[in-house]
Design a protein. Sequence first.
Length: 114
Amino acid sequence: MIEYEEFKDLTRVEDKNNPFCAKFMYPTGETFYIEPVFYTQLHGFRDHHKDSYQLILNRMEEIVKKNKKVVFTGNFEFPQTETDEDYIILEITDVTDPLQIYVEDKSRGSDYGD
């Protein structure tokens, strides 16, 4: 099981319908899921933007407190988490772009032709 150090102060909720995604709950009742791909991306931001990492975590908290039910997914079109329709689904850029924190995607196709 992945240890989510950033969210250790929150209640981790077991969800048998989503065994690969971590679900957390604030003391005030708001819940959110973190999919493994999102968490990997989050750590990418941590590694590239150490000074801004807490801002990202704070923004995630603001989003959850405002919307009550959030899924932080790796891919908006194909989320791993199965929930009711009350949950909003967000990717990492939905959190970081408004903060003007970016990681350049250097992955691209090959420069070599056939």
